[in-house]
Write a protein that binds this ligand. Structure first.
Ligand SMILES: Cc1cc2nc3c(=O)[nH]c(=O)nc-3n(C[C@H](O)[C@H](O)[C@H](O)COP(=O)(O)O)c2cc1C
Length: 234
């Protein structure tokens, strides 16, 4: 069983009773120590380069260094890796073609780490592509929730007609119609070593043939401190 965002404690006894293994995602040394004390068998160290909701602001290399220094008997290293963003480009993912193309077009520096898309999940750090909503907010000086530009905009609606507001934590899945570019386009920071996700050798995107409708946005001036970690090689 794999847990994240909270304590593994409520599940530890049940998982171990059936001989299972309990994994827990951590983004800091403190969180790792707590998870071990609460029964986690395997720590998944999530660097701040990761896409979507992330636990901390440390880049993976620094997080691993801290974990290995402080918990050498626990952190034995590992050959496993967690991948997320690239699967948004798979044919099986029910996401809009625009989102897929935005991920494929992204290069180093095209993502930001912020708590911006917080409607539905307030106070949760996440990494997204730098899109029109991010640029609009940055241009306004990164104001707090409640005073952000376009706070009451309805940018799209679901298949059943339910509106989706700007700054919602909603992902642009297939049934949603509207200004999908303005959504939370969750994505990890592309590595410097390859220009786009599409060039990553482990990503199988051969059967994906959506039209190229997304243009990578011009980068916003870094006038406020939302973009915590700098791009770093993975
Ligand atoms: C669309 C998307 C949504 C995610 N949502 C969550 C989440 O809700 N909770 C969480 O712990 N991690 C979430 N993640 C992070 C993944 O679990 C994983 O750490 C990350 O995707 C790995 O980095 P990569 O995306 O650069 O491959 C999400 C990732 C993506 C791409």
């Amino acid at each position: 069983m794999w847990t994240a965002w909270g304590s593994p404690a409520p599940y530890a006894a049940a998982v171990h009773a059936v001989g299972g293994t309990l994994l827990h995602t951590v983004g800091s040394l403190d969180e790792a120590r707590t998870a071990v004390a609460e029964g986690a068998d395997v720590l998944v160290a999530q660097g701040a380069e990761a896409g979507g909701h992330v636990r901390g602001r440390l880049l993976a290399r620094e997080l691993l260094r801290q974990l290995r220094d402080a918990l050498p008997s626990v952190v034995a290293g590992g050959d496993a890796a967690v991948l997320g963003t690239r699967f948004q480009c798979s044919p099986e993912a029910d996401v809009s073609p625009l989102y897929r193309q935005a991920v494929l077009a992204a290069g180093p520096g095209d993502t930001v780490l912020a708590e911006l898309f917080d409607k539905g999940w307030p106070g949760a750090l996440h990494r997204v592509l730098r899109n029109s909503t991010v640029r609009m907010w940055a241009a306004a000086g990164c104001p707090p929730p409640g005073s952000r530009p376009g706070e009451r905009d309805m940018v799209a609606h679901r298949g059943g007609g339910t509106p989706v507001e700007r700054y919602a934590d909603v992902i642009p899945i297939g049934e949603i119609i509207g200004d999908l570019e303005a959504f939370a386009l969750y994505a990890g920071e592309p590595p410097r070593s390859s220009r786009t996700f599409s060039q990553r050798p482990t990503l199988s995107i051969g059967s994906f043939r959506a039209p190229l409708t997304y243009s990578a946005p011009a980068k916003a001036a870094r006038s406020c401190s939302y973009d915590a970690p700098a791009t770093a090689p993975r």
